[in-house]
Design a protein around this ligand. Structure first.
Ligand code: IMP
Ligand code: MG
Length: 496
């Protein structure tokens, strides 16, 4: 018979609970107040660590929010799948695990063993009747949690749940404030919005924060550094590991920003190559400094100062031939259908106007406008919706350029809700190498390389839309020596 554990000391428990509610009610950011609460809870029930996870918006994963006493490596061991990681907790019941290394309810048994974790207690985190996540206690020693400990931990979970819900509520209120009444954005879309719960206390680099803002703008769900991939082991110690900056759950895509010094980038490239070898199922994408700068440049960020068109990429005759060919193909494909061309203002105007005149079918046109990424606007919004009802119609979305694909992804979701008979996409330009989200393009004019282009509707901070060709834009300083530059006098040259 094992040594009897002393019962929980009621007075000590009360003191601990007092500290917990004081922490949760403090003006500290949620993660920090949770950390203090988890520390008090761990000490009160005599465990080495505690962690709090919440369900993500897809309800498929559990996200780490805060922890005490767990190594950074253990916290980032990988995504927690709802059905594999002590999933029973989500039915609303506490779950105890005596030996984490062998219990099938534990998703990362090997990792738990390496971290010296033996027993665990999982407690549902409930908001009213709904389970929103779990609170977990981790013990180095083999431990059978008694009724008093479980009851105490349950009270801690309730207090934490109230704190989490409070933060979410405050965020929702904040969002509503930024939106006009009667805005076309449905309220449930705010689910994927910026959330303190996912936002790390500190980003390692300002570009990461900017990137997170960009993803928030397009309502793309993201996690910051959720997983560290061990690249080399020395016995039980991780000798080398790699933690990609972002994970986009909807796309199952990791993104690593390499916006810092070139010397560091080389090592990163090596690690990414190794990661791809060791974990072939894992999708990782590198976004380097110039790629990121160009991403922001299209919103007029960073590439400030004077710019000029340095080169014609696609000449006016090339555009004309291509548009005619697209028009012929669309006319064949849509014969006998109810074709509606939908464009997003303003870049699409020249392309739409040329394309519609090369389609030899009856058709309708309509336009939408969306807000663009800037410091003031936290989320993409439809600022002008369609005038006509597209339900049952064959909608062809006409786009000037598809770059990251984030705008199109958002607009297509919006159009799909209107139940068109069919929905396809025709893009004049496709900057495929920069895609961050998968979108199917049914008709493409030209695939172009990763360069910032203007003309034929495309602008740089409102300028250059009226060029009849597509040209490459660069900061002026770099290209001052070139004097063959076509200027805004519309002198068209062939591509070089
Ligand atoms: P996406 O959401 O990244 O696919 O961006 C789509 C929008 O960004 C386009 O409709 C354009 O308004 C703008 N854009 C993307 N690349 C360029 C470019 O090279 N020049 C000008 N505008 C661009
Ligand atoms: Mg556009």
């Amino acid at each position: 018979m094992g040594r009897r554990k002393p019962k929980l000391d009621t007075d000590a428990c009360y003191q601990a609970f007092l500290r917990i509610t004081q922490s949760l009610n403090s003006p500290l950011p949620l993660r920090q107040s949770l950390h203090l609460a988890l520390r008090s809870a761990a000490k009160a029930i005599g465990v080495s660590g505690c962690g709090l996870v919440i369900l993500d918006t897809t309800k498929k994963h559990l996200l780490h929010v805060s922890s005490y006493g767990l190594g950074d490596w253990y916290v980032k061991k990988g995504l927690l799948d709802v059905d594999k990681s002590i999933g029973d907790v989500l039915s609303g019941q506490p779950v105890t695990i005596i030996d984490a290394a062998i219990d099938p309810k534990v998703q990362y048994g090997d990792e738990a063993k390496r971290a010296g974790i033996t027993s665990m207690l999982g407690m549902p985190l409930k908001s009213k009747d709904e389970v929103i996540g779990a609170l977990r206690a981790y013990s180095h020693e083999k431990k059978k949690f008694n009724r008093a400990e479980i009851a105490f931990f349950s009270a801690v979970a309730d207090a934490c749940a109230v704190a989490v819900e409070n933060t979410r509520m405050a965020e929702r209120l904040d969002e509503c404030r930024g939106q006009p009444m009667g805005s076309v954005v449905a309220s449930n879309e705010s689910q994927a919005a910026a959330s303190e719960l996912r936002r790390p206390a500190q980003f390692a680099h300002p570009s990461e924060e900017e990137f997170a803002r960009l993803l928030d703008f397009y309502r793309i769900d993201w996690l910051y550094e959720p997983r560290s991939f061990p690249l080399q082991w020395e016995q039980d110690r991780v000798a080398e590991m790699f933690t990609p900056d972002f994970y986009l759950p909807d796309l199952d895509q990791y993104i690593e920003l390499t916006t810092m010094k070139q010397s560091l980038a080389t090592d990163k490239n090596r690690k990414v190559r190794l990661l791809r070898q060791l974990y072939p199922g894992v999708k990782v994408m590198l976004l380097n400094r110039s790629g990121f700068a160009r991403l922001l440049a299209k919103y007029g960020i960073g590439l400030r100062g004077e710019t000029k068109v340095v080169r014609v990429l696609i000449s006016t005759p090339q555009i004309q031939r291509k548009v005619k060919a697209l028009g012929r193909k669309i006319s064949r494909d849509y014969a006998g259908k109810n074709l509606v061309l939908v464009g997003v203002l303003k870049g699409v105007i020249p392309f739409m106007s040329d394309l519609m005149r090369s389609i030899s079918l009856p058709l309708a046109t309509d336009f939408m406008a969306v807000s663009y990424y800037s410091e003031e606007s936290p989320q993409v919004r439809i600022t002008k919706d369609l005038d006509i009802d597209i339900s049952g119609q064959d909608v062809l979305m006409v786009e000037d350029i598809v770059d990251t694909g984030l705008t199109l992804h958002y607009v297509l979701e919006h159009l799909r809700e209107r139940k068109p008979a069919s929905l396809r996409v025709c893009a004049m330009l496709d900057k495929r190498v920069r895609r961050l989200t998968e979108v199917d393009l049914d008709y493409v004019g030209f695939e172009i390389p990763d360069e910032f282009v203007v003309g034929y509707g495309l602008d740089y901070i409102g300028e250059y839309r009226n060029l009849p060709f597509v040209g490459v834009l660069s900061p002026k300083e770099k290209s001052d020596t070139e004097d063959e530059t076509p200027r805004q006098d519309h002198k068209t040259k062939g591509p070089e």
